[in-house]
Ligand binder design. Structure first.
Ligand code: FPP
Length: 261
């Protein structure tokens, strides 16, 4: 995918077209992670029920996945449901699970057509069986795809992920009779849900909150953070492009003196 590809869907002469032209497609972030926030507030502003905000958020998900695939990002991770989200009213939780199932059913064809590989990050085995089945099907059907890797973090917690990784690493060491003093960062990272994927370069959070909310705690060590007041259901292609443009203006030092991305 490329600049030309994107220009075919962006209105000619628009601010968005200028934004696209200002991007350096040779220096895109490899992995963009998004904390989708503000669905409830979006609904409240319109005197609607919270679940209407989640429903409207699906359009933003679609737009973001499509744009990410078009511009050629390697990985996109969306935070859809945290371990802490079970504390929400049962009706909201079941609506979210239902939306997810419906989204996967409706979009599987598009994911396949666009060579997108889908993966879930989180404690999948604790999700309702029908949701697990839908997720498993989408993962299985798309596993051979080589384009965008699209992760959905679901029943996800950053501390839980690190705990699961430590447990799994220790089990492996015990099985092989190896000494734990040999553990290094690479060994632990290989047991995270994101094993084999690059760490996020850019972390986007919508709705203006300045929190990490237990998201990808290990992986975001050096991510650039971009926060917008836009509420998730209103998030569209131009916001993603704007975030990438701002990211390209940042200096990344990784604790050293390296300049620009
Ligand atoms: C945060 O808004 C959003 C969520 C907890 C859920 C996000 C889920 C979706 C957009 C739908 C399903 C997702 C996929 C990937 C198909 P909030 O409810 O915390 O908003 P608030 O802070 O304004 O209350």
């Amino acid at each position: 995918m490329s600049l030309q590809d994107l220009l075919t869907v962006v209105p000619a002469g628009s601010d968005e077209a200028d934004l696209v032209r200002s991007l350096d497609f040779g220096r895109l972030p490899r992995h963009v992670a998004v904390i989708m926030d503000g669905n409830g507030r979006w609904a409240q502003l319109r005197h609607k029920r919270r679940v209407e905000g989640h429903r409207a958020g699906i359009d933003a998900v679609r737009d973001t996945v499509e744009t990410s695939a078009r511009i050629g990002l390697e990985v996109l991770t969306l935070y859809a449901f945290s371990i802490e989200n079970w504390k929400r009213p049962q009706s909201e939780v079941s609506t979210l699970m239902g939306l997810l199932k419906r989204y996967l059913r409706a979009e599987l064809g598009t994911l396949l057509e666009n060579d997108i590989r889908f993966q879930v990050l989180g404690r999948v085995h604790e999700l309702p069986p029908d949701v697990q089945q839908e997720l498993g099907r989408a993962q299985e059907r798309t596993k051979g795809n080589g384009g965008l890797r699209f992760n959905i973090a679901l029943n996800y917690g950053g501390r839980a992920e690190i705990t699961d990784a430590v447990r799994s690493l220790f089990q492996e060491l015990l099985q092989d009779g190896r000494d734990p003093s040999g553990i290094d960062e690479q060994a632990l990272a290989a047991h995270l849900y994101t094993a084999g994927q690059p760490d996020p370069d850019l972390l986007i959070r919508t709705s203006g909150e300045l929190r990490i909310s237990n998201f990808l705690l290990w992986q975001i060590a050096y991510a650039e953070i971009w926060v917008t007041d836009v509420l998730w259901p209103d998030f569209r292609r131009r916001h993603l492009l704007q975030a990438i443009g701002d990211y390209q203006k940042r200096e990344r030092r990784y604790g050293g003196i390296t300049t620009t991305v």
